[in-house]
Structures are given as C-alpha cells and as structure tokens.
Design a protein around this ligand. Structure first.
Ligand code: G6P
Length: 614
C-alpha cells in the first residue's frame, strides 16, 4: 500500500524521486505526488491523479529544482483517488508537506478538534489531519519540527510510515513508522527514506530499518538520529541489502509477471539452495533444526496467510497432515485475529507472507505470540516486519516480486512447506526413510520439470485466445490440487477481471454445477494421481451439461485427450509435489488472457502488492 521515497543529497532530487516512484508503483498507483524544497528554500508540492507517468507530465514547465524532496504513490484508503486527495499534503500555512502510508484511525476526532480551532481541510484524507496536527502542535508549543512530529504521533491511533518536509529547511526530512515499513538508505553524501529498498539500490546497499514508533531526523551530511515517540534514543545496525538491480528490471520481458513466471526454475533452485544437499538425501532448514523439539512435540499447526499466501497454506495443510501426521488448521489472518481463537502454548503458528508486511498477518502473529505459541514465518522480503516479529522462520529467497499477482513467491512458499514437512516428518519418523529419500529426490527434480513446462508456452497462449472473452470460469481440483484450483481462479480474477471460482471438484455438485452451460469454461486439474478416477467422474458431469473442459493432465494421458475439450500437459510427479507443476500453466493462462484483454497485468485495478492496512 502506498509507496514512499525521500532524498537528500548533492544531485537534483526530482529525477531520483521519480525513478524511485516507478520502482514503488507496484505498492499503489492511483495517484502520485512530490514535494521539493528548492535553493530559495521554497516548498513546492505537485500531485495528480493517475500514474507516475502522469505526474511527470503534470510537472512540465514547473519548478522541480531542489536537492531535497519526498514523493508518494498512492493506494486510496480515505477519499477517492483524485488530485486533491493525492499526497503530499500541505499544512494550513503551506509550511509543511507530508506523505503517508497507513491509516490514521482516530482522524475524524482530531479533524473536528482542529476545525474548531480554525483549521480548514482541502481533502477527504486522514493524512491531511496529521500534517495539520503537526503544524498546530509546532505553533502552539513553539517547538521544532521533530518534537512536533513526536508529540503529534503520540496522539495518533493507527498505522503510519511518514516523511515530512519543511519550508525553509533544505537539509532535513523527518521520517517515522508504526506498522508500515520504512527504511533509511545511507549513501555517499546522500540519504534516502523509502517504503522498501527498491528505490535505494541504485545508489547504495547500506540501509537501516526503523522499528515501530520510531522517528528519525534524516539530515544532510549527518548520521540519522533516531528516537522513539517517548523520546528514548535508539541506534540501529546498518545492514547490507541483498537485492540487486537486475532483479528490479523487466530484463526484456513485456511484464514483470511473465518474467517472474519464467524465472521459476531458477527461483525454486535458489529456494532449495543450501537446504537440500547436492546428492538430494537430506534437507536442512536452520529454523527447524534450532527448534526441533517444538516441531516434534507440536499439538497442532496453525497456518496464517492472506490471498495467495493463504492458498500456499492450504497446500501446507495437506503436506503436514500427510507427511508429519500433525493436525493443521489454515486461517485467513484477518478472521483469526478477530475471532477469539483457541491457541495452545504447544501450537506452532506458521505465518506465510511474500511481503512480510501484511497488516492482518502481522496482527495475527502478535495474537499468537501473546497466547504463548511458537511463531514461524515464511517470507520473501528480507528484513521485513514479519521476519523481525516471529520467533524463527525461513526465507523463500526468490528476489523481489514486482508483479502484483504473486507467482514465483507462491511456488517458493510451497517449496519451503515441502522442505519443512520432509524435515519434520523425518525427525518424527512419520515417514519411512525410503519415502523420505524418494520424495527429496523428486523435489530436487522439480525445477527441471517446471523448465520443461515453460519451454514452449505457445500452446497455452493459443488456448488463451479461445477463452479470452468468457465472462466466468470455474476451476476444479481435488486433494493437493484443490488449493491450486483456488489459486488459479484468483490469478485470473486479479489480472483479467473475469469472474472465476476455485472449488473442490466434488463440491461442484452442491452448487456451482448450476452455472455450467455451453459457455462456461471449466479448468480441471486432472493429473494421474490417487484422485484420477474420481476427477474423471467430475469431468463427465461437466461434459454432460455441455461445459467446456480445459484439463491439466499428466504427460501422455491418452484417456484424457478423448474426454476434455482442451488439454495442457505437465510432467508426472509425486502427488504431494504436483502443485509446484500444475500451477504453472494456470499462471500462464491467466497472464495471456489478461494480455489479450489489454489489461495492465503488473498493476491491475484496485489491487496493491503489499497490503499494510487491515
Ligand atoms: C495482496 C497481493 C497478493 C498477496 C496478498 C498477501 O493482496 O496482491 O498477491 O497474496 O496481498 O500478501 P503477502 O505479502 O502477505 O503474501
């Protein structure tokens, strides 16, 4: 949600901020804006509805000079996306400009108080309330900006990452965070603030991460000074970024999403690297090794996640119950956190999140920790909030995922869950050594099988043309492939805006079957596994009602060629590993359908990559 970037240095700030906004645009993209203090110490704010490119157009012939500035790309929470609600927001006197990511929950009470004191508001946002409050406190208490921000944040309920600029000050940005990420970049003679490292990596790999309720004075030529809202001095280690530039660029692909789909053979290898040895006979995950007793004695595993990460969690449920014989519950983080769940001290909670910043998952983790459970995170973004707030965990190591629809992060999450299940199952003795050895070798072969599927994508591209203009889709699967069907449907919805339902195949007859007619495409994952005969019966039920069946099948399955209207082949594998293969054609199918429909694949409407509001 919302991207923040700020710069102080020797170079002109505007081009650096714009480049940074392009990198952050995946976080939100309904409006964009920038504030700069020029050499005459004037504070200029420019903002507009639309994309970063619209902002570039908007500032033509305007004064965009200055070596200090802040910029924002928005995902609207309070107030529709328009020019006025876009950030930065000026204070009443126009002496301050502020950008914000998050939600200020008590904004209406504060707004009312400020209106009574003579303040007027231009926008419908919660953010404008904060900048006005800071100015009010600064003026009434006759304090400096830092103290005013500190006092104002003490009155705020909610989540924020903010950056503030002041007219007349060409040297300082005040930045602060609570429940929304903020990182400070330390370069040669230049300093940055940003929502994540992506706008910073071009200039420096040295960063420090702010913690909740911390405020930083980011001042030209000085080390950042950090204090808490309660004015306790803090110091943070400067750490080195692992992200490199090529990971943030499209590398010749038309979309990040396609690049990220095609990258999966490598990202799956990266995910296994150092964890599965070359001879593929052992799996070592330090997070499991260090907490072996806890995993062996777990009464239950609760898996938390949202969106695609929740679907990975559903696959985890099949894996842990099948391989480790541990009962599993999979929960939407947003439901879990508010439904007074029963949590035992010997429960293990596994939180799955690509970004490591999802607000609902973070809150659910806190709840589980308070109840005494051991919390293990599976995340992609190194140094993000979830890895910093869990007892232990495993990174997916797939590099930055930029496309809003998650692809390579999903397969890596499933890969980590597979490795965890094998490590725990072996330690517990819930699988035989023979089965362990067989599965781990098969797991090692997954990247080359994914590569094989991706070698020729033209069949799926052609197939996509037949179904591009369908209004609805149904996706069906059973067993391990049931969550894959749900994820396939989500992918299609997210980027093509076609309505799609993912369902357990046998449940179809309890409702969705009523939707089937000769215009309804039904994608069925019908690989040659223990559910094969059952799923054939489900397909027959669809055919009997004239539905159009697109079946994802195991290579050389002649029987299926005669039943389904269209087939997409994947290599044979062990049943528990199939999701790593069967999801690939579904990712491609949704990608090509969205492209055919002319959708903005990497930045689909209304969505954001990192959901830092609940
Ligand atoms: C957003 C993204 C999804 C993602 C979900 C959970 O909705 O658009 O792609 O699956 O958030 O995000 P997380 O970072 O926690 O995996």
């Amino acid at each position: 949600m919302c991207g923040i970037v700020g710069y102080i240095g020797k170079q002109e700030a505007f081009p650096i901020l714009i480049k940074g906004l392009h990198r952050l645009e995946y976080r939100g993209y309904d409006s964009a804006g920038v504030a700069l203090v020029n050499d005459n110490k004037e504070l200029n704010v420019y903002k507009t509805k639309g994309r970063v490119a619209d902002l570039e157009e908007f500032v033509k012939n305007k004064d965009i000079s200055g070596t200090i500035g802040i910029a924002h790309t928005r995902w609207a929470t309070h107030g529709e996306p328009n020019n006025v609600n876009a950030h930065p927001h000026y204070s009443q006197s126009e002496n301050l400009a502020l950008i914000h990511n998050g939600i200020i929950e008590n904004y209406s009470t504060i707004k009312e108080e400020l209106i009574n004191k003579g303040y007027s508001f231009q926008s419908d946002t919660d953010t404008e309330v904060l900048v006005q409050l800071i100015e009010y406190i600064k003026e009434t208490n006759k304090t400096d900006l830092f103290t005013a921000v500190q006092l104002a944040l003490g009155e705020i309920v909610g989540a924020y990452a903010i950056a503030v600029l002041e007219k007349g000050n060409t040297d300082t940005i005040i930045a602060a965070r609570k429940s929304s990420p903020l990182v400070i970049g330390i370069g040669e003679d230049e300093l940055f603030v940003a929502s994540d490292a992506s706008p910073i990596v071009d200039y420096t790999n040295k960063v420090l991460y702010l913690d909740d309720e911390e405020i930083a004075i980011v001042k030209r030529g000085e080390e950042p000074i950090i204090r808490t809202i309660g004015n306790v001095k803090k110091s943070h280690k400067i750490v080195e970024l692992e992200v490199n530039l090529s990971q943030l660029e499209k590398g010749g692909y038309p979309h990040f999403m396609l690049k990220e789909i095609i990258e999966q053979p490598r990202t799956l290898k990266d995910c296994m690297s150092g964890r599965i040895n070359i001879s593929c006979d052992n799996v070592v995950l330090s997070g499991i090794l260090d907490n072996k007793e806890k995993f062996m004695n777990a009464r239950r595993i609760i898996i938390l996640g949202c969106g695609t990460s929740w679907h990975a969690g559903l696959i985890g449920e099949y894996l842990f119950e099948d391989i480790c014989r541990i009962p599993v519950e999979v929960e939407y983080s947003s439901e879990f956190r508010y439904r007074h769940p029963v949590i035992y001290k010997d429960d293990i909670v596994i939180a799955i999140s690509q970004s490591g910043e999802t607000a609902d998952t973070l809150a659910a983790i806190e709840l589980a920790k308070e109840a005494g459970a051991f919390v293990f995170g599976i995340c992609n973004v190194v140094g993000s909030s979830i890895p910093r707030n869990t007892h232990s965990g495993a990174y997916t190591h797939v590099g930055p995922e930029i496309g809003v629809a998650s692809t390579k992060a999903f397969t890596a999450q499933v890969m980590v869950l597979n490795m965890m299940a094998l490590a725990i199952g072996r330690a517990k003795g819930s699988i035989t050594e023979d089965r362990f050895q067989h599965l781990i070798k098969e797991l090692g072969r997954i990247p080359e099988k994914v590569e094989h599927i991706l070698k020729d994508t033209s069949k799926i591209e052609n197939l996509s043309k037949i179904f591009t203009y369908a209004h609805n889709f149904i996706y069906l699967g059973r067993g391990y492939n049931c969550p894959v069907a749900m994820e396939g449907a989500l992918k299609l919805k997210e980027i093509s805006y076609i309505h799609a339902e993912g369902y357990p195949a046998a449940e179809m007859k309890h409702g969705p079957i009523a939707l089937i007619d000769n215009e309804m495409p039904v994608v069925v994952i019908a690989t040659h596994n223990s559910m094969y005969e059952k799923i054939i019966s489900n397909i027959q039920e669809i055919k009997a009602r004239n539905g159009k069946v697109i079946a994802v099948v195991t290579e050389n399955d002649c029987k299926m060629c005669n039943i389904a209207d269209q087939i997409i082949e994947v290599p044979a594998s062990e049943e528990c590993l199939e999701p790593l293969l069967t999801i690939i054609p579904l990712q491609l199918l949704s990608y090509y359908i969205a492209v055919n429909k002319g959708r903005d694949v990497d930045m689909p409407r209304n969505l954001a990559k990192s959901v830092t509001v609940e």
